[in-house]
Design a binder for this molecule. Structure first.
Ligand code: ZN
Length: 359
């Protein structure tokens, strides 16, 4: 970890006549320091070994992962159950939570009133059915779990032939029928199963009964929450040989009974400069996600003007981010957090590529 240049370890000398708030820079030392604290941030993933994982992040995505089962790779996280750390530059080694505490608005932007970092970004390797579950909305989660609710978006990166997931309830299933099924062990018959393939996108608002099925790798963008109410675990046992706990009563309180046989996302086509195809995958109060498919040489001009941060990902192919200093490469699959105070930047497609832009 670099020492002397790191702002969090070594705060600015306070005798400089500089306002960090309005960006006035009168001192070359301070200019250097400011520039070197705000840059495109990459993070060291945190791997989780839940029972449904496997080795596909290594074998199919070429990731270096620890030995054993890896179910989830938390790519950008500032949660009590996992804090990713910056991999490069003067802030290397610091957690996202520490950056937020010290950079404040310059990281998240003036428009963000979040208490913690608002999003959690993961890659998931589903080799067995995940438990059938539901997440609470913000109001319920705040009252019962002391954190945010969870609305999530899945982008299917890889799917074996015949791969399926559970998304909402079957037609005709209401609260009474569903509650009855939880008591008689017939819950599987109430669930809406959907076949999926690579490229499909699934929007899972809080309250939607859901489960990923075996044979898929998924990129997940979600609210920064780890509150899950498990409804059904396929009559299996956890790593300790005991059934994992269910949370039927809580689940029944938060299920959205309108989520009956919902459809996958039909991406909306947005305008884009030459060389790009641009689709809106999600727009909700918690995140906006676009998918950009670029041809080699295509240039996307953008800026972080102090109001909002952006997160970019390369899902496949290569691109680079050009800003005030040395360009930063993105290769599938990698993520970059662009702080709100970054200023103008360009994304250049180096090869045919598929990128995500998250606001
Ligand atoms: Zn979930």
């Amino acid at each position: 970890m670099p020492g002397a240049r790191c702002w969090i370890c070594h705060p600015l000398r306070m005798n400089t006549k500089v306002s960090l708030e309005d960006g006035t820079m009168t001192d070359t030392d301070t200019q250097y320091a400011i520039r070197n604290r705000i840059y495109p941030l990459s993070f060291e993933p945190i791997c989780k070994d839940y029972i449904w994982g496997g080795r596909n992040l290594e074998t199919k995505l070429g990731r270096e992962i620890p030995a054993g089962i890896v179910a989830e790779s938390w790519e950008i996280a500032a949660h009590p159950n996992g804090q990713t750390k910056v991999t490069a530059g003067p802030l290397a080694g610091h957690t996202l939570g520490a950056l937020q505490a010290h950079l404040g608005e310059r990281l998240l932007g003036s428009d963000d009133d979040a208490v913690g970092f608002p999003l959690l970004i993961k890659l998931l390797d589903a080799n067995r059915w995940l438990s059938v579950q539901v997440h609470p909305d913000d109001a319920y989660a705040r009252a019962h779990a002391g954190e945010l609710g969870k609305t999530e978006l899945w982008i299917i990166l890889h799917a074996e032939p015949g791969a399926e997931l559970i998304y909402g309830l079957k037609a005709g299933v209401d609260q009474e029928r569903f509650a009855h099924a939880t008591r008689t062990g017939a819950i599987a018959r109430t669930l809406h199963r959907v076949p999926v393939q690579a490229g499909d996108v699934v929007f899972v608002p809080a309250g939607t009964v859901h489960a990923l099925g075996p044979g898929m790798i998924v990129a997940e963008i979600q609210q920064n929450s780890d509150t899950t109410y498990r409804l059904y675990d396929w009559d299996r046992t956890g790593a300790d040989g005991k059934p994992r706990p269910l949370h039927i009563q809580r689940a029944l309180e938060v299920i959205d009974w309108q989520m009956v046989e919902p459809s996958l996302v039909r991406p909306r086509i947005l305008s884009a400069p030459d060389g790009w195809a641009r689709e809106e995958l999600a727009r909700c109060p918690y995140f906006q996600v676009e998918r950009l498919t670029g041809q080699p040489g295509a240039v996307w001009a953008d800026h972080c003007n102090g109001e909002n941060y952006q997160i970019w990902a390369a899902l496949s192919g290569g691109a680079s981010i050009h800003w005030a200093e040395a360009p930063v490469e993105m290769r599938g699959i990698s993520w970059l957090l662009l702080p709100a105070a970054l200023g103008a930047f360009e994304v250049r497609a180096e090869t045919d590529c598929v990128l995500l832009r998250i606001l």
